[in-house]
Design a protein around this ligand. Structure first.
Ligand code: ADP
Ligand code: MG
Length: 437
């Protein structure tokens, strides 16, 4: 008897979008040599399209027939995936479209999401081609997980969907200023950090947020680290350490702090409460907005497409009474929703893909340059919260608003520069789907 072809399992079909200019421009070469043979072997069928300009991927994803694909994969840095997600959200059928599994094969200079996927899978933190190979293998496994997106609104009223972070101050300055070292790949952030440390700026601003009332504060978890037989961390993985040591900015005892105690595996939910005083537990009063406190549809009501931002009021109006506001001088403000800020920057070890949380982290002015260096070094292992630095604060929130009071500065959303001025966002839990392997 014959079996109808429709009953046979068909190979997965992936739409691969490749940015030939991401990172050091190696994406196509790495893809042809390493990735395509791997996914062919895994019986995945694919179309590979090279992007020709910024927003090409975004436009493409807006117009294609999604029924033809089982997943869309960005072979690039985080920037191209941002385009894919926003393209999906700009479709009239966004509600179904955003359920299309999306994946990333890291070959840009900013590979935060790939770092998070790699870590989530319990793999050792790696960079470059090693990270790409890990992610390609995970992609072949095909497992898909829900992914939070954050709707971000800027002063002009523009709204976008972000999957990584909103940054102001030190982090966004380094990100944008280091664009000129793009040819260096991930090392551009190392050099950028060094340059910025030499001239540490502070920024005055008003930061408001809606604390996540039910979010128990998290104990930071260190990822598993390969410790060399002599008990030291393998130095070749730590470019920032090495560079700072070479410059005499970092003593060995700092570079190796936190190598012990025994590292916990990366993805372990339900951790006990923190021991660190620098992690603020959410205040104990209720943060649910009272009836009539917000306009019916929230600030998102005026937007076409996408879910309404029911927690937000328009930027011109004061934040709801249930929010907390701090006005201060900051070295940086970072609203991050994934564990990684870069492939080797384990900035929010407690973050999960679908925890429904924005992890609001900020460093207040007054921190010494040495302490800031120590934090960034420790971030490579995700142990920076263990330093109990009084200037570093972490609050899990559902929504935030940042109003810069310093006239000039840089704001980024997922590593891309956006207009400078008031900015706010709220999390939409599990809106998208990520291929995690
Ligand atoms: P990187 O991590 O190196 O920044 P990304 O993949 O994030 O790499 O890409 C950076 C930017 O390049 C993105 O904003 C994207 O829109 C843009 N881009 C995509 N395709 C092209 C292209 N063909 N030419 C120039 N820029 C592009
Ligand atoms: Mg999250």
């Amino acid at each position: 008897t014959d079996i109808a072809p429709s009953l046979l399992p068909r190979p997965r079909r992936l739409l691969l979008l490749l940015n030939p200019f991401g990172g050091r421009g190696l994406a196509l070469q790495w893809c042809q040599t390493h990735v395509l043979p791997m996914i062919t072997e895994a019986d995945i069928s694919f179309n590979l399209i090279q992007t020709e300009r910024p927003n090409h991927a975004r436009e493409l994803v807006k117009s294609i027939n999604l029924a033809e694909w089982d997943g869309i994969v960005a072979i690039s840095g985080d920037g191209l995936l941002y385009e894919v997600l926003n393209g999906l959200m700009e479709r009239p059928d966004w509600e179904q479209a955003i359920k299309m599994p999306v994946g990333i094969l890291p070959s840009g200079s900013g590979n935060a999401l790939a770092g998070a996927i790699n870590c989530n899978a319990g793999l050792e933190q790696v960079l470059g081609l090693e990270l790409l190979l890990n992610c390609a293998l995970l992609l072949c496994h095909a497992a898909v997980a829900p992914l939070d997106l954050v709707a971000v609104t800027t002063a002009s009223g523009a709204r976008c969907f972000s999957c990584l972070s909103v940054a102001w101050g030190f982090v966004s300055d380094v990100d944008i200023e280091s664009e000129k070292y793009r040819h260096m790949g991930a090392a551009r952030f190392t050099l950028g950090t060094l340059v910025r440390l030499a001239s540490m700026h502070t920024y005055r601003g008003r930061l408001s947020y809606l604390p996540a009332a039910d979010a128990t504060a998290h104990r930071p978890i260190s990822r598993s680290i390969t410790v060399a037989p002599n008990g030291r961390l393998p130095l070749q993985r730590l470019p920032l350490h090495r560079a700072l040591s070479d410059m005499g900015l970092c003593e060995e005892r700092h570079a190796f702090r936190g190598a012990e105690p025994a590292p916990a595996p990366c993805p372990s939910p339900g951790s006990p409460p923190p021991s660190s005083a620098s992690v603020l537990p959410p205040p104990s009063f209720s943060f649910e907005p009272g009836p009539g406190e917000l306009p019916a549809g929230g600030a998102g009501e005026a937007q076409v497409g996408g879910p309404p931002d029911e927690l937000l009021v328009p930027l011109g109006q004061p934040v709801p009474g249930s929010w907390v506001t701090v006005e201060d001088d900051f070295v940086l403000v970072l609203a991050i929703y994934q564990s990684h800020l870069g492939a080797d920057l384990f900035a929010a070890p407690f973050a999960r893909f679908d925890d429904g949380l924005i992890h609001l982290c900020f460093i207040k002015a007054g921190i010494s340059r040495a302490a800031l260096v120590r934090l960034f070094l420790a971030m490579e292992k995700g142990s920076h919260f263990e330093q109990e630095c009084p200037h570093l604060v972490h609050v899990p929130v559902r929504a935030f608003r940042l109003e810069p009071l310093t006239r000039k500065g840089i704001l980024t959303v997922d590593g891309e520069r956006v207009e400078y001025g008031p900015i706010q966002g709220q999390v939409h839990r599990a809106l998208a789907r990520l291929i995690t392997g």
